[in-house]
Design a protein around this ligand. Structure first.
Ligand SMILES: *Cc1c(COP(=O)(O)O)cnc(C)c1O
Length: 386
């Protein structure tokens, strides 16, 4: 099976992890701050907080932004469930804004319409999670303007997008948002096995996220109430979690980050080959928005079903049967049973649901060979033209 995504691990990566195993610290040592520094420098953000997953990063970002019961978080239905669940962890209500049918990202025009309505009914969101699907940035300038106008906070879920750019600046620089999170799950662009990071330019948010990441406990006298009892002293000043990243993960991430640009440019080369070789098939190929350079975590095509004699499921199954590890990103979150229990259902977000009827993620990963890619192309072409 040619997988849809796969990590790329070199001997240097392995050596970096083994060095940590021989060192004094398996957790809470020097590698995590070094990794955070590397992410901050790469993205241009002032602070980076490494955690054990992007899901944890989304959670501490929501907590630091003050999201709680009685508040609302809005996101896109075409994302992994974690982009919405972080609102539920905080006791907030979750709602969705349909996608732009061209970019598949949260649509700023529909966001504006929904905000106008919410303003009239006193139901404005506190947080909007903008997901850079496949690695291509949302229209952050438009979302940032709406944030200023309607007073909500913005989290960029850039789980797909490390190494990507928006308006010639690295995704994560935070020009139009409060916090950006990245995922380092092995299928993503850079991996730490499991892991994530939250970046921000805001000192107070960084301090707060650091507390939530580690039990709400601090050793900083400035954050304590009253006087220190002595050198052993720490205080718990909030209810936090254990979301820390280990030294092993950080060492792997640090080693991987040296190749991030290489990872993304390899994906661009593969995407350009797909674009060229698939152009005459009954497919809609990925759209490139102005002013974006995608991280290209995913290469999603849409079947032009009206021109085909097969269904979406038949094409998908035929690809899998012939060893092509295609995938589906994503099942619209509002149609998941958990969200249907909260009152959502089919028909709520037509563009997202239409996308789900015909989208397929083709295999794309750093070490994919041209032969492997040609196999994907040949098998797909045969299935579509049979
Ligand atoms: C992978 C992913 C997440 C969750 O990342 P983890 O590191 O596995 O917690 C969140 N949002 C999106 C869009 C993702 O693709």
């Amino acid at each position: 099976m040619i997988p849809y995504g796969k990590q790329d691990i070199t001997q240097d990566d392995i050596d970096a992890v083994v060095d940590v195993l021989h060192s004094d610290f398996l957790t809470q040592g020097p590698k995590v701050p070094a990794f955070e520094q590397a992410i901050a420098e790469y993205t241009g953000a002032k602070h980076a907080l490494a955690v054990n997953s992007a899901t944890s990063a989304l959670h501490i970002a929501c907590l630091a932004l003050g999201l709680g019961e009685g508040d609302r978080l809005w996101t896109t239905p075409i994302t992994f469930v974690a982009s919405a669940n972080c609102g539920r962890y905080c006791g907030a209500e979750v709602d969705f804004v349909d996608i732009d049918p061209t970019t598949y990202n949260l649509c700023p025009k529909q966001l504006e319409v929904k905000l106008k309505h919410a303003e009239a009914t006193g139901t404005l969101p506190k947080v909007v999670v903008a997901v850079h699907l496949c690695g291509q940035s949302c229209d952050m300038q438009a979302i940032g303007q709406l944030a200023d106008e309607y007073g909500f906070k913005v989290i960029e879920d850039a789980s797909h997008a490390i190494g990507g750019k928006y308006q010639n600046k690295p995704i994560g620089c935070g020009q139009y948002s409060d916090v950006t999170v990245f995922s380092f799950h092995p299928v993503k662009i850079v991996t730490t096995a499991e892991g994530g990071v939250a970046v921000t330019n805001d000192d107070a948010l960084a301090t707060s996220m650091a507390l939530y990441r580690s039990h709400g406990v601090t050793r900083d006298p400035l954050l304590m109430e009253g006087d220190s009892h002595g050198n052993w002293y720490y205080q718990q000043v909030a209810l936090g979690y254990n979301y820390r990243m280990t030294e092993l993960q950080a060492a792997l991430g640090l080693s991987q980050m040296q190749r991030v640009d290489q990872f993304v440019s390899a994906r661009h080369r593969l995407a350009a080959r797909y674009n060229e070789k698939l152009q005459d098939l009954p497919l809609v190929l990925p759209y490139q928005s102005n002013g974006t350079y995608s991280g290209l975590h995913l290469y999603v095509v849409r079947l032009q079903l009206a021109k085909l004699s097969k269904t979406h499921k038949q094409v998908f199954d035929a690809l899998r049967q012939q060893g092509i590890g295609v995938n589906m990103h994503y099942i619209p979150v509002h149609t998941q049973p958990y969200y249907q229990q909260l009152g959502f259902g089919p028909g709520d977000y037509p563009h997202a649901e239409q996308y789900y009827q015909d989208a397929i993620s083709l295999p794309m990963f750093h070490a994919m060979t041209d032969e492997q890619q040609d196999t994907v192309i040949d098998v797909l072409a045969a299935i579509l033209t049979e």
